[in-house]
Design a protein around this ligand. Structure first.
Ligand SMILES: Cc1cc2nc3c(=O)[nH]c(=O)nc-3n(C[C@H](O)[C@H](O)[C@H](O)COP(=O)(O)OP(=O)(O)OC[C@H]3O[C@@H](n4cnc5c(N)ncnc54)[C@H](O)[C@@H]3O)c2cc1C
Length: 380
């Protein structure tokens, strides 16, 4: 094996390349990226980078990696038996082994047309567009109070921008964190001046060239200069249609992280079985998962990987609180609120079949680390 291609020049792809080099692989590595940028950190895009262009988003180690960067043109097809990655009609990249790390794209809001001022936030170019649009005292409507929508609302409130946050569920983040934690987050939003519209959907936008009004499903019309669509992400698998790989809510991989012999998938795009959840297929859109799975993909291609069963963990920033989770959280588990302090700090456990499968906390970092150790020891 002397030619490895990596589709997707993001965090998982970069980590796979770094791990290959660290383990002594000295063949060619071609990194095919749809964006014209080298890999960077996405989390700051909804946090400090949205307000401060000087904020650091760099990922270390891209300069001395000895890879061929093929940036600015997406992979458009995969010929598995011919071992080639296509990039439109312009070129193809031959490989002996492949890492698929094409991540996810922001879900669009159907029916909103193409007025200026309707934006999503996934990549660096999106963040630039959003920051440029925010320079005036923009009235901002955000569709979706998930992690991204909630975090962007919190970031914009630090600039005192008027923010209306529209969520179809009756509390924010109910599905990933459960009703009780969602209620705490709803209170946090309101306490910081967000106009929270729960149980409502954005159904249309109107304006001449730019968005001027956002329409909700109960007939409410919100005056707006910007609509940020934060309705979650979909795995970037369209380019793999017809390739023969199993695509089902992501690129489905086995316990080793392989989608086919010599083809690994990692990061937001990959769907893998979880031992902790009895073999259920899961797709994890977290930073630490992209690193762990990216490194694992490299080891899988070199034939030295065991089973991939890392415990997921996540963080986000809301109004000065660092919300962090480890393990599996969500509305389908029983929630036990263990600590709740008047200053907003809390710690909650999620139980499944009578055992702890996850924890979420604002503060209490030492306890979280202990839970992570415990979950890892017990299930990985
Ligand atoms: C704004 C924002 C904030 C976030 N904040 C947090 C946070 O606070 N905490 C946390 O844990 N996680 C956070 N995340 C999630 C985290 O950043 C992702 O889980 C992580 O970036 C996934 O890495 P990846 O390499 O799998 O995918 P990506 O980072 O999406 O990289 C995939 C790359 O592949 C490229 N690509 C797509 N299709 C093709 C193609 N056909 N050919 C070639 N290239 C292609 C994409 O353009 C992209 O550059 C955040 C994400 C976003 C967008």
């Amino acid at each position: 094996m002397h030619r490895i291609a990596i589709a997707g020049a993001g965090l998982a792809g970069l980590t796979a390349a770094q791990e290959l080099r660290r383990l002594g692989y000295d063949g060619d590595i071609s990194m095919v990226g749809a964006e014209r940028h080298r890999p960077y950190r996405r989390p700051p895009l909804s946090k400090e980078y949205l307000l401060d262009p000087g904020a650091d988003i760099a990922l270390a180690g891209t300069d001395d990696l000895d890879v061929t960067w093929l940036l600015g043109h997406a992979a458009t097809g995969l010929d598995l038996s011919g071992q080639r990655l296509h990039r439109g009609h312009r070129s193809s990249v031959p490989f002996d082994a492949l890492v698929i790390a094409t991540g996810a794209r922001a879900r669009a809001l159907p029916g909103v047309g193409d007025l200026d001022g309707v934006l999503t936030l996934r990549g660096l170019d999106d963040a630039h567009a959003l920051r440029t649009a925010l320079t005036t005292r923009a009235r901002v409507v955000i569709a979706g109070a998930g992690f991204l929508g909630s975090e962007v609302a919190a970031t914009l409130r630090t600039r005192d921008l008027p923010v209306t946050l529209v969520e179809s569920d009756h509390v924010p983040l109910r599905r990933p964190l459960g009703e009780r934690i969602g209620t705490i987050i709803a209170d946090l939003h309101r306490a910081h001046g967000v106009d929270l519209r729960l149980g409502r959907r954005v159904v249309a936008v109107t304006g001449t060239r730019r968005v001027e009004q956002v329409h909700l499903d109960d007939g409410t019309v919100l005056p707006a200069d910007l609509l940020i669509v934060a309705l979650g992400a979909e795995p970037e698998t369209d380019w793999l249609r017809g390739s023969g790989l199993r695509l089902d809510g992501g690129v489905v991989v086995d316990g080793q992280g392989l989608a086919a012999p010599q083809v690994a998938a990692a990061g937001d795009v990959a769907r893998r079985p979880s031992t902790l959840l009895g073999g259920e297929l899961i797709r994890v859109e977290h930073y630490s998962n992209a690193i762990e799975q990216g490194a694992h993909a490299a080891r899988a291609l070199l034939g030295i990987a065991g089973r991939f069963d890392a415990i997921p963990s996540f963080w986000c920033h809301l109004y000065g609180h660092r919300l962090q989770s480890t393990g599996f959280t969500g509305a389908s588990y029983d929630l036990h609120l263990r600590i709740s302090e008047p200053d907003g700090r809390f710690l909650a456990e999620y139980h499944h079949d009578g055992r702890v499968v996850g924890v979420v906390a604002a503060g209490f970092l030492r306890q979280l680390a202990a839970y992570r150790q415990l979950l890892t020891k017990e299930y990985v």
